[in-house]
Design a protein around this ligand. Structure first.
Ligand SMILES: Nc1ncnc2c1ncn2[C@@H]1O[C@H](COP(=O)(O)OP(=O)(O)OP(=O)(O)O)[C@@H](O)[C@H]1O
Ligand SMILES: [Mg+2]
Length: 247
């Protein structure tokens, strides 16, 4: 493979190049370069979402497969809150002191969580690679990215059943609590829910796992109720538990 210089040549789209140049440092450009050299990225096509913590780009690999590239900003505003989700997770004993190292750990954590979810059969984007603050995963969508439920809701009755099943697979099979489940972090892809944004997910052994799980259940119960499927957190919990032994 041709050895490309770590430059902005990965950006096919002028606008994406401009945004990237404004938000990311040279090291991040190099991290993209490393993943490109390994054959995971050929070009970044356009910006899908500019968030507070991360930017998500649509990319293609050398074979032309669509990829999502999530790049965490080093200068993130929610830096402090990350610690609560790393501390107490047995997989990440060593808590990094520098902001940069913590963000790298956060990226690795999202990758590992996506791996565990995928193995457990939870519908999440398949993780492909990561390097420093850059994560490459399956792109959920067609020409454009699939929209979150907030913008493109699913049939509420269908979602109720599917989300209970996915939550059961998450806690019982993957032994992870998503910890930020909402209509913003579930995409509607071909009328099926795809769960995203998994960096903060923690092992069920985490001291605050139960608290995070209750919050997820409550959020989903509130959302379903708002969408016309009146359900309490207790009822949703019972529906999640009913999948025990069946998934
Ligand atoms: N694998 C993917 N395929 C397609 N689109 C994706 C993928 N992952 C993320 N996105 C898009 O990027 C958006 C933000 O992703 P995500 O929720 O993982 O990041 P975030 O850190 O929560 O960003 P924010 O700071 O905006 O909350 C999603 O709503 C979705 O539009
Ligand atoms: Mg999100």
């Amino acid at each position: 493979m041709q050895d490309k210089e770590p430059t902005m040549e990965y950006f096919r789209d002028e606008n994406a190049r401009k945004i990237f140049g404004e938000v990311f440092d040279e090291r991040t450009v190099k991290a993209v370069h490393v993943l490109a050299q390994k054959g995971y990225i050929d070009a970044l096509e356009f910006l899908v979402n500019a968030g507070k913590e991360a930017h998500v780009f649509k990319a293609v690999d050398p074979a032309g497969n669509a990829r999502a590239v999530k790049i965490y900003k080093i200068q993130t505003t929610k830096f402090k809150h990350m610690r609560a989700y790393i501390e107490g997770d047995l997989r990440f004993k060593e808590l990094k002191k520098s902001r940069r190292q913590l963000i790298y750990q956060w990226t690795r954590k999202e990758f590992k969580n996506l791996e565990k979810f995928t193995e457990a059969g939870v519908r999440v984007p398949m993780p492909l690679a990561f390097h420093e603050n850059v994560l490459v995963m399956e792109f959920i969508g067609g020409k454009k990215a699939a929209l979150p439920l907030k913008e493109k809701p699913l049939n509420a009755k269908f979602l109720r059943k599917r989300i209970a099943e996915e939550m059961a697979k998450m806690v019982l099979q993957a032994e992870l609590v998503h910890a930020d489940l909402s209509e913003y972090n579930i995409l509607n892809f071909n009328s099926e829910p795809v769960i995203i944004d998994c960096a903060q997910s923690v092992l069920t052994s985490h001291p605050r796992a139960e608290q995070f799980f209750k919050r997820d259940v409550q959020n989903m119960a509130n959302y379903l109720s708002k969408r016309g499927q009146k359900i309490s957190a207790e009822e949703l919990l019972a529906e999640i538990k009913s999948f025990k032994g069946k998934i």
